[in-house]
Design a binder for this molecule. Structure first.
Ligand SMILES: [Fe+2]
Ligand SMILES: [Fe+2]
Length: 137
């Protein structure tokens, strides 16, 4: 049985994912200059990863008896590429911690598929942070 805490946590994760893919889409469109082409490609590719995470979360909220609600953070992203990367590394690391918490709640609820999926998404976000840290140099 899914707790309200678990459904609320999935809801929060959904909105973080939607905020992230909107920000990455915008940042990919804002980045100019041949020296930043790899960063632009990375953001472009990660949009699709984050959309996949958001879709999973929305479907899971419904299957657990909730209603997915969108309330994304539309704060304009930094203009400068290194500031974008620093901001996103911090946000990806917050996502890792949130997914680890959701994995624990899913385990308590006996939801093994959800637990493993939350760990998988935690690993994806840690991978994103590591890739960005490498780009920062
Ligand atoms: Fe994500
Ligand atoms: Fe990510």
């Amino acid at each position: 049985m899914a707790s309200q805490e678990l459904i609320d946590g999935l809801q929060k994760a959904l909105n973080r994912e939607v905020s992230t893919f909107l920000r990455y889409m915008l940042q990919a469109s804002m980045i100019k200059g041949i020296e930043y082409a790899p960063v632009r490609s990375m953001y472009d590719a990660e949009v699709n990863d984050e959309i996949g995470h958001a879709k999973y979360l929305a479907e899971k909220i419904v299957m657990l008896g909730g209603v997915p609600k969108l309330n994304p953070d539309l704060t304009p992203p930094p203009q400068e590429v290194r500031a974008m990367l620093k901001n996103d590394i911090a946000e990806e690391k917050k996502d890792v911690e949130h997914y680890k918490k959701l994995a624990d709640l899913a385990e308590e609820a006996g939801l093994i598929e959800l637990k493993l999926h939350m760990e998988d998404q935690a690993a994806d976000e840690e991978g994103h942070a590591l890739e960005m840290e490498r780009m920062l140099g």
